[in-house]
Each structure stands twice: as C-alpha cells, then as structure tokens.
Design a protein around this ligand. Structure first.
Ligand code: UDP
Length: 379
C-alpha cells in the first residue's frame, strides 16, 4: 500500500477532487465547501465525465461549479476498457495540474481510475468513505474490488464508521493513516434537514419509494424484482410506488418495459436530491439496493428493504430500520408487508452517537488535509 508522504509546500497546496456520479457529488459537496472555506488550501473540482450531466447538475444544486470536465465517457465494451480509458484521461489531466493531493470518494469507476492515476504519478490520494467491505470480493461487483484496490493506492483513509475502520486495520493499513470521521453523505443530509421543511414525522403517506441500479440486479434479478413490485401492489391496493429510474439505460429500459403501464407504480426520471429525500422522509417504506440510502433512511425514520444478499454497512442493519432481503418474489413481498405493518418510529438523531457520523465529516477531512499538506509554520 502507499505510504503517507512527507509533504512540504511553500505555496497554497492544490487539491484535485474527482467526481464521476451523482452519489459522489452528493457526498463530496460538503468537503468541497469545507475546502473552499479553508484559505490554507485550494481545491479544483474535476468532473470525470462518467455521468457528465448528472454530476454537473447535482453539484450545481449544492452551489458548486466544476472547474474542469473531461469529455463524457463513451459506452465501452467492458469495464476493463473503460477503466483504462478513464485512468489515462485522468492521469494526463493530473500530470498537467500537478496537485499536492487527489481526493476520490467511494467505490465507483471514477474513484478507482482517479486513485490509480494519482498513484501512477506518485501523488498522495485521499480516499473518502474508505473501508466499507462485504466479505465477498465479487459482490457487489465491481464496487467491492474497486474499494479494496483504492485502499492500496491511498495513503489517507477517511472511514465513515467503526466497521470500516476495523476492516482497514485488518487489511494492514496503519491505524495512524485511518481517520474515522463519519460519512460526508450525512453532512449533506443534515444540512438539507436543517435548511428545509422536510418533516420526517410519525404520520406517513402510503408511498413506497423504489430504486434499483446495482449491476447484479440488472438482468434476471430485475425481472424478479418487478414481479415482486406487481405482487406487492396487488396485495396492498392502497400503496403508491414511486420509482425514479437510474440513468443507466440498460436497467431503465427493462423496468420501463415491465412496469411502464402499471397504474400503482409511477416510473419517473431521477429526482433532485432534496425532493427525493423529502419523499423518503414521508414514505411508508423504501425499497432500494443503494448504499447511501442505507445511511439516510434511519435518519428519516423510514424503514428500508435492501434487495441484496449482503451489505457493507452492518451499522445500518443494527439501527433496526434496514433489512436485507433475497431477490426472490415471495421474500420481497413478505418482508415488505412485515415492514409496512410495523408501528412508525422516530428518526435516529444525527449526533455524536450516530453510526455514520455527526454530519461534520467534510470539515474534519479538510482539517486533516490541511494538517498533512500545509507546513506547520504556515498553519
Ligand atoms: N438519490 C437522488 N435522487 C434519486 C435517487 C437517489 O438524489 O432519484 C440520492 C439518494 O438520496 C442518495 C444517492 O442518491 O444520496 C444514492 O445514489 P445511488 O443509489 O445512485 O448510489 P449508491 O448510494 O449506491 O452509491
């Protein structure tokens, strides 16, 4: 693994933050704001082009413009080709910018290519949301593989929760290079709840919010998932399902074909983050294979059913709001019915005891980056 560098700069160190997808935008926005408030550091936001318009749009919602953007990533024949292409493009850009450090978030193609490009150029890499693991390197694919590789390239690991910190230590990362700061996604959620009128009361609608995007759920499992939603709608005629389709055309096409004419299921475009969070806060149930939603749902007091065989967020399960379910029609219908029958519970407060942090991770990461990048004499 990369060792922590001994960095000393006379000018203001420049940090490049690479953003490729909507969840990275949502989770990096608090860090970008914190870095922009910090006069000892300069930040440059690079849109990797993986989901070019979605990132531009999502960051704009947080009042952030991209400083630089690569061309939209074309459809490639496989992940290996795409990752080589993106790594090369990012390496060329980073070489020109010669930053003091590179920041990547999570486990996407962009995070992997950005970390690898930084490593190729001997630039220190800060990994935000480091250490999340399932016990299976192939599931979820390719995310589990990407995040394990990024840990090898990064000298600084920002763990979102206790289990992530434990995982990194078990993999041989030196404890002094791990900073358990919480998840920056919770910073965004906290800021949104504080400034908006989102009300996660005990009185709920009969709406069910649904999302599905993971690669393992693209094909045969997407069919089973659709069967389950149809069966659930038949079992509970008072429910209304709202299903924002992921930008990935492969899964969106399949779901449109199966559910497009169902009267109780509204297929909609990806929703703006504040609107999506508001709808989750008022919903009776969320059904989603998303990672970030496992952290958000407990703080909105909304039960979440996760159609996956494992999770990298055991802390979410421990809150009692999150339940895993096999992608099997009857299992999904029974588990959803059981969650719908539970009495409403108050949301988990975002405070010092919250499993994914108190909503100050961005500020804490910026503080660490200042400490490691700015010479003591200049602080
Ligand atoms: N989200 C959103 N609009 C939507 C669906 C989800 O803003 O229509 C947000 C959601 O609140 C969470 C993030 O997107 O913060 C989850 O992204 P996604 O499911 O794509 O990825 P993952 O969390 O698995 O990385």
């Amino acid at each position: 693994m990369a060792s922590a560098p001994n960095v000393a700069f006379t000018t203001v160190p420049v940090i490049v933050i690479v953003v490729g997808t909507r969840p990275e935008a949502i989770k990096l926005a608090p860090l970008i704001h914190a870095l922009r408030r910090n006069t000892a550091l300069r930040s440059i936001v690079v849109n990797s082009g993986q989901h070019l318009p979605a990132v531009r749009h999502c960051l704009a919602g947080f009042g952030i413009d991209c400083d630089n953007a690569l061309p939209a990533l074309p459809a490639m024949q496989n992940l290996g080709v795409a990752s080589r292409h993106l790594r090369h493009a990012l390496r060329t850009l980073l070489h020109r910018m010669a930053p003091a450090a590179v920041v990547v978030q999570g486990d996407t193609l962009t995070a992997y290519a950005g970390a690898r490009a930084g490593f190729d150029l001997a630039l220190p890499v800060a990994h935000v949301e480091a250490g999340l693991r399932t016990s299976d390197v192939a599931d979820p694919f390719p995310e589990e593989w990407f995040r394990r590789r990024i840990a090898r390239y990064a000298p600084w690991h920002f763990a979102p929760c206790r289990s992530a910190e434990t995982n990194l230590i078990a993999e041989g990362i030196a404890p002094m290079d791990i900073y358990r700061v919480g998840n920056t996604g919770i910073d965004s959620l906290r800021a949104l709840l504080e400034r908006s009128r989102i009300h996660s009361g005990l009185q709920r609608t009969r709406n069910v919010m649904v999302t599905l995007h993971r690669r393992e759920n693209w094909d045969a499992k997407a069919e089973i998932f659709c069967d389950a939603l149809i069966e659930l709608a038949a079992r509970h005629p008072d429910l209304r399902m709202i299903f924002p389709l992921h930008p990935n055309p492969r899964i969106a096409r399949r779901i449109r074909r199966r559910l497009g004419s169902h009267l109780a299921i509204a297929l909609v475009d990806p929703m703006e983050y504040p609107e999506f969070v508001r709808m989750m806060a008022e919903a009776a149930l969320v059904i989603s294979d998303s990672g970030g939603i496992q952290e958000e749902a407990p703080h909105l007091g909304t039960p979440l059913l996760v159609p996956r065989s494992n999770t990298e967020r055991p802390e979410g399960i421990a809150t009692g709001f999150v339940r895993l379910v096999d992608v099997d029609c009857q299992c999904i219908v029974e588990a959803a019915t059981a969650l719908l029958a539970l009495p409403s519970r108050a949301p988990l407060p975002i405070d010092a005891h919250a499993p994914f942090g108190a909503g100050d991770a961005g500020e804490r990461i910026a503080g660490v980056l200042e400490r490691v990048l700015v010479p003591a004499s200049a602080q």
